[in-house]
Design a protein around this ligand. Structure first.
Ligand code: MN
Length: 193
């Protein structure tokens, strides 16, 4: 049984004009797919190939961890975006954001600051902690919050340059503007519940 590349939740051109079809063709079609191909190459014929992706992530290190976590992180990222996303949060996540950060604008500012200062290839996450409150956390390389007990990811933004170099070159703050135009509050509410 091999790990598979999950289908994108929308067509590759659906995030335009914020994120181009060309970016998706590389980021999903090549980068995300390569993690799947590499993981299958590493775990084929071992006991890991019959575990779930989450089990592999929580019980591995090195190349197996890197590829497995990147598969999971990217699937979570695609779902954190939506052609119908953006704007102000709705539902219970809106109240939780106000409670944790004071206002949506203050939350945006804090996440942007964390993301802009997250060095190198990395991810910034909105997470729910064990006590039910929200926080913003950074990870590096393939790092993922699901390895920490009591932490539930709510949404993520991929800060590897392959996520934005075609559309925004090295200008991460412009890519973050695109992220805010696409962020999927329905997905955030589903994860928060
Ligand atoms: Mn990526």
């Amino acid at each position: 049984m091999a790990f598979e590349l999950p289908e994108l939740p929308y067509p590759q051109d659906a995030l335009e004009p914020h994120i181009s079809a060309e970016t998706l063709s590389f980021h999903y079609g090549k980068h995300h797919n390569t993690y799947v191909v590499k993981l299958n190459g590493l775990v084929g014929g071992t006991e890991l190939e019959n575990k779930t992706l989450e089990e592999v992530i929580k019980s591995s290190e090195g190349g197996v961890f890197n590829n497995a976590a990147q598969i999971w992180n990217h699937t979570f990222y695609w779902n954190s975006l939506s052609p119908n996303g953006g704007g102000e949060p709705t539902g219970k996540i809106a109240d939780a954001i106000t409670a944790a950060f004071g206002s949506f604008d203050a939350f945006k500012e804090k996440l942007n600051d964390k993301a802009v200062n997250n060095f190198g290839s990395s991810w910034t996450w909105l997470v729910k902690k064990a006590d039910g409150t929200l926080d913003i956390v950074n990870t590096s390389n393939a790092g993922t919050p699901i390895t920490e007990d009591g932490i539930t990811p709510i949404i993520t933004v991929d800060l590897w340059e392959h996520a934005y170099y075609i559309d925004y070159r090295n200008v991460r703050p412009d890519y973050l503007k695109a992220f805010w135009s696409l962020v999927n509050w329905d997905f955030a509410n589903k994860n928060f519940a």
